[in-house]
Each structure stands twice: as C-alpha cells, then as structure tokens.
Design a protein around this ligand. Structure first.
Ligand code: HEM
Length: 523
C-alpha cells in the first residue's frame, strides 16, 4: 500500500497529461536519462539496488524512506547510489561519511538541488534554505547568522520564557489539546523572534495559516514528480498562457512578496517611530546596507525564518511528549532535578540551565531519538569527487540519512543518560559538533536557527516538566494505552509522531498557585 502510494505520488504529473503526451514524455525522459547518466560517470559509483529503466529506483522507495535506507545500508554499505527517474542520488548513511563529505569537503557538497517550481518560481529564488551555493546564498547566510548566532540568540530568551509560561497555562487549561498548544507556541515564539510581534493566541491565527500555506505550496511543489518542468527545465521559458502552472506560481510569488514586504516595512516603521521590540528583522534593517541586501532579499530572508523554524520546533516538542509518555522514569528524574534546583515557587528560567544538565540532556536525546528531519535537506555536488574508491559526479543529489543506528547499539531507547558522565558533565559522540546528534544538519548549510531552537526547546520542556505530569491515556477498562513509537506523519521535510492521546495533569493539587505563577510571568 505504501509503495503504491509513493508510486502514485511520483507519477502524479503524468496523470495530468494525455496518454500520448505521457508516452512522449517517458520516451524523451528515457533517452535523456541514458544520455545524462552515462556521460558524467567517470568511475565506479557507490553500489546500490538495481532499478527499472527510465524510472530507476523510485518504485522501491516506500513511505518513511529513511528506514529503508538504514536497511539498505546493511546490504550496500554506508554510502550507496540510486537513480530517481534520471537524477543521480547518493545516500550517505552514517554520521562519519556525512561529516567526511559535508563538513570536510563542504566546498563541493554545500549546494541544493535545483527546484524550479518550489524555489525559482514560487519563491523567486530567494529562500535561503533552497537556493544554490553562491553569492546570494553567502550574503543571506552572513546576515542570517548575525541575527541568530549564539550571542544573538540570547536576545530572544526573555520572549521565550514568556512563551513557555503561556504554554503551561494553555496545557493546564486544555490538556487534551496539547498538540495544538505546542504548534501555537512554536509559531508564536518564531514570529516574535523574527518580527517582535506580541504572542499569537491560536494555532489557527489567520496570519499563521497564511504563512503556513506558503510552506505547504512549496513542500507540495518539491515532491518528486510534482511538476514536469523539473525533468524538462526548458519548460520554464514557456509563456504563461501556455503554462498555467507557471502563471499560478508567479501570482503566488507576487502576493507572498507583498505580504513579507509589508511585515518588513511594518518593523521599519515601528523603528522609525521608536516603538519596537528588538528582533531578527530590526537587526537586519540596521545592517541591511552593510550586508548589501535589497529590500526584497531582506524581506524574504526574514519571512523564510518562520517556515524553517515553526514546524520543526513544534514537531520536536511532540516527540518530547511521546518520550515522556513512554519513559516515565525519565520524566520523574527530570522533575526531581527541577524540584531541587527551581522549587515549586517559580517557573524555571534560562539562569537555571547550567544546574539542569539532565533536562538539557533530554533536549539532546529528543532530537537524537526521533530526528524530525531524518533526511535533513538534500544537497547537490558542484564538482566531481572521489570517496573511498567511489566516483560521485558533479550535480548528484546527496541525501544524508540522519537515522544512524551505528552510533549507539541501543539507539532506539530513549536514554538521556547517554549524554552525561558520572560528574553530570555532557559527553557527546564524535561527528556531532558537540550537539549529541546531527538533526540540525552539517557543515556550511547546517541549521541557522539551532541556537534559537535549542533555547526554545530547553525552556519549554523545563517549564512543562515543572508544571505537569504526562502519562498514557487510559481505556474504559482503566488500562494504559501506549502511543505508537514508530508511526510518523511525513510532511516532506519535517516528520512528526502521528497524533496521539495522553493524560496531562498538574503536578500539584494547588492548580491555582501553578497558574498564578505562570500568569505572573505573562503580565
Ligand atoms: C528544532 C528545530 C529545528 C530543526 C530540527 C531544524 C533542522 C534543520 C535542518 C536539518 C536544516 C538543513 C541542514 C543541512 O542542509 O545540513 C535546516 C536548515 C535551516 N534552518 Fe533549521 N531547524 C530547526 C529550527 C530552526 C529555526 C528556529 C530557524 C530560524 C529561526 C531555522 C532556520 C534554518 C535556516 C534558515 C536553514 C537553511 C540554512 C541554509 O540552507 O543555509 N531552523 N534546519
């Protein structure tokens, strides 16, 4: 069933054409594929499963493809190659190989696959996460880094503490809607950090929906086979009257540009009036000239941050709730730590962080245990390369499978202790840049927002653990119903646990006082 579903997804564009057009497209694709794949191979590619002519291995890629890649690693080793209907794909299956290529040879492995519809048409080729490695990317990355590096991330901490208090109130009031509250807080915290806006009240806020729609459109557009123009790039030059998909994409790009420009100008005006909250956009405005960014580039850089930060953060928080339901002893141990350091009279703050090593280890373990970006974001090589006797051609798509069971034999167990030594100091394995995991990616294209994300995760998890117990839901017979530990919703790049029920209750019978403490922070 899964195979069928993914095949249908891959072939969906062909169903939009007539049979004759489809046949013509297939025949052309076949000869083009043969030509392209045979011409740039100068040595033995990494091994890989045999596929069909033309379509290659796309029929063999099931739902949750990272699990299949991990399985294939047993057969083909830590690096293997696939053919996705003409695109050469190299799957890198261990942190070690990923580090060798994407960190140590990052001058070759830091570009992204060309996405004509998702990047060039729908978003004007200006979204930092999607564009090729080059001058524009360097400018955007430098400006983004300035607003999100470790020191800059400190600026957002007061806002993040307030958001954490708000989520405690929400979860206590409506425990069954915990997932919605986590989505709301992730969206709200990201928008506050980017534009300095006050907290949003609902996950269905019309503005949040409007921005989420952009992400949805782009994610649909980047699915393999969603648009024929990806196979036949020359179609990009068709006039819009012959290419309704192009007209549609350009119209959205215009509307989305107007929206992001409006947000950007709003912050600019607030700064002029002297009535603004320091945020990512205000720093960008102050330094726009120094970074040589046009208004348009700066407005899209700020706008792109919501898409990159909101869903990822809320998915990690859902994994956290899943882990607490499945591993109650971990929850209790963290609560004992919080009780000793923080006590019951106030919420945890960032100042407590050095004294809460176990909670910080939980953040790392949540990111490691069920990486919400199990295949990171694909890369593209910009030069031919050789690695351990294998040839990796220029233009190959590189997928890093973060789901690497080699680092820990008990990789499927949720065990924050793996990151702590006997003295309570953090220990992290090789090839993880001191993070304990590689869920934020690798090298020059690693996540720009990781400091902001780590801080948001720490304070939200600490505050939730301080306030409530998280337990399995109970059936009518009173027996616990454990959620699945292996079922996911794959949203193209971000993967989250399937929605599940659990029982969330205040830790103290004195709910009023918990609420008072949290609300005090909000006033
Ligand atoms: C826990 C939450 C997050 C996770 C798991 C995550 C994960 C990732 C991953 C895997 C990549 C691709 C890295 C690669 O190619 O090696 C990425 C890129 C990126 N992330 Fe995040 N991210 C998170 C939160 C955020 C936040 C909060 C922001 C901004 C406020 C952000 C901004 C970005 C940007 C701009 C890029 C593109 C970087 C580039 O292509 O140069 N992320 N993220």
């Amino acid at each position: 069933m899964d195979l069928l579903a993914s095949t249908l997804t891959a072939l969906r564009p062909l169903s939009l054409l007539s049979i004759n057009q489809s046949l013509l497209a297939l025949v052309t694709a076949y000869f083009l594929t043969k030509f392209l794949l045979s011409n740039n191979v100068k040595g033995p590619l990494p091994p890989g499963p045999r596929g069909l002519p033309v379509l290659g291995n796309i029929f063999q890629i099931p739902k949750f493809q990272w699990l299949k890649y991990t399985e294939w690693m047993e057969v083909y080793g830590p690096i293997f190659s696939l053919n996705f209907a003409g695109s050469r794909v190299i799957v890198v299956n261990t942190h070690e190989v990923a580090t060798d290529l994407m960190e140590r040879r990052s001058n070759i492995y830091s570009s992204r696959p060309r996405l004509i519809m998702g990047s060039e048409i729908l978003t004007g080729g200006v979204v930092i996460g999607f564009i090729a490695y080059g001058e524009l990317w360097r400018k955007l990355r430098k400006a983004g880094h300035e607003g999100l590096n470790m020191r800059a991330a400190d600026k957002y901490k007061p806002l993040q503490e307030i958001e954490a208090a708000a989520v405690v109130v929400d979860i206590i009031k409506e425990p069954d809607h915990w997932n919605d509250h986590l989505k709301r807080t992730a969206a709200s915290a990201t928008l506050s950090a980017v534009y300095g806006w006050p907290a949003i009240e609902s996950k269905d806020d019309p503005l949040v929906n409007r921005i989420n729609d952009i992400m949805h459109r782009v994610m649909q557009a980047v699915l393999p086979g969603a648009y024929l123009v990806e196979i036949f790039p020359a179609m990009k030059s068709l006039p819009t009257w012959m290419a309704p998909w192009k007209k549609w994409g350009l119209e959205w790009y215009k509307k989305d540009t107007e929206m992001f420009q409006g947000f950007y100008d709003g912050v600019s005006k607030a700064m002029f009036d002297g009535d603004y909250k320091p945020c990512f956009t205000s720093s960008l405005i102050e330094r726009q000239e120094a970074h040589q960014l046009s208004n348009h580039e700066a407005a899209w850089l700020a706008g792109s941050m919501f898409g990159a930060g909101s869903d990822t953060t809320s998915a990690v928080l859902s994994v956290f709730i899943l882990a607490m339901v499945l591993y109650p002893e971990v929850m209790r141990k963290a609560q004992r730590e919080i009780d000793t350091v923080v006590g019951s009279g106030r919420l945890p703050t960032f100042a407590d962080s050095p004294n809460l090593p176990y909670v910080r280890a939980i953040v790392m373990e949540v990111l490691r245990w069920r990486p919400v970006t199990p295949l990171a974001v694909p890369r593209r090589t910009t030069e031919d390369d050789w690695y351990k006797g294998h040839f990796i051609p220029k233009g190959a798509i590189i997928i890093a499978n973060i789901w690497d069971p080699n680092v820990y034999p008990d990789y499927d167990e949720f065990r924050p202790e793996r990151f702590l030594d006997d003295e309570g100091n953090h220990v992290t394995p090789q090839h993880t840049r001191g993070q304990g995991h590689v869920t934020f990616g690798f090298g020059r294209r690693a996540c720009l927002g990781m400091n902001v994300a780590n801080n948001a995760l720490f304070i939200t998890m600490a505050s939730i653990l301080w306030a409530v117990n998280i337990e399995p839901a109970r059936g009518t017979d009173g027996k616990p119903i454990l959620p699945s530990r292996t079922d996911f919703v794959d949203e193209a790049i971000v993967v989250r646990p399937v929605p599940f029920k659990c029982r969330i209750s205040p830790r103290s019978s004195d709910i009023t006082s918990i609420l008072q403490i949290a609300k005090k922070k909000l006033s």
